[in-house]
Design a protein around this ligand. Structure first.
Ligand SMILES: [Zn+2]
Length: 190
């Protein structure tokens, strides 16, 4: 009888050799942040990337053929925090430091004690319109759209290019609206 045999079991993570070294971060750079990359031109003109799953979506499609997410969505960009939030129709996107109430954003705002625990929430309606509202009871730091306070008990429309601000000087986002509710279709008043 032969002795014990040893089989060489490949260890996970060894298959591809050491990972390539990442270039050193340029931490000496000034605070000048580069502008976020511009979204693909024209929400309708050409195939765009699905905001949800990154697969291509043809111009005629209203929903992503891969994940069925609607084209309509909003992108909130905050260069100061290197933060970009993308949100589509469905449950509201909650913004604040409360990890239970705002699980998607609490970590990003964790270093900003002046952001309220429950600051604001963003809703994308099925028709593509985008809205912001303050939670009830209203947060200590107000929420502003283009300098106007949203105020408790109402919701304010967000349009492409609007500025969303929390507190007077705490943090601000640039609003982008993509899809049927985007800049190509601005509802005439009334
Ligand atoms: Zn998708």
């Amino acid at each position: 009888m032969g002795g014990p045999r040893f089989e060489r079991v490949p260890e996970p993570g060894q298959a591809h050799g050491p990972p390539p070294e990442e270039p050193p971060e340029q931490q000496e750079q000034q605070e000048q942040q580069q502008e976020p990359p511009a979204p693909a031109p024209g929400p309708f003109g050409e195939a765009a990337e699905c905001w949800n799953c990154r697969e291509p979506v043809a111009p005629a499609e209203t929903h992503c053929p891969t994940c069925d997410a609607p084209r309509t969505h909003t992108v909130l960009s905050c260069p100061d925090l290197a933060l970009e939030l993308t949100h589509g129709p469905g449950a509201p996107l909650r913004l604040g430091r409360d990890p239970v109430w705002a699980p998607a954003t609490a970590a990003a705002f964790g270093a900003l004690p002046r952001i309220s625990r429950r600051q604001a929430q963003i809703t994308v309606d099925p028709d593509g319109s985008v809205w912001v509202e303050e939670p009830s009871p209203p947060s200590t730091n107000r929420t502003y759209v283009n300098g106007e306070p949203v105020g408790p008990g109402r919701r304010a429309r967000l349009r492409d290019g609007d500025e969303l601000r929390f507190g007077r000087r705490i943090v601000h986002f640039t609003v982008r609206v993509r899809g049927p509710g985007g800049p190509e279709r601005d509802c005439p008043g009334g």
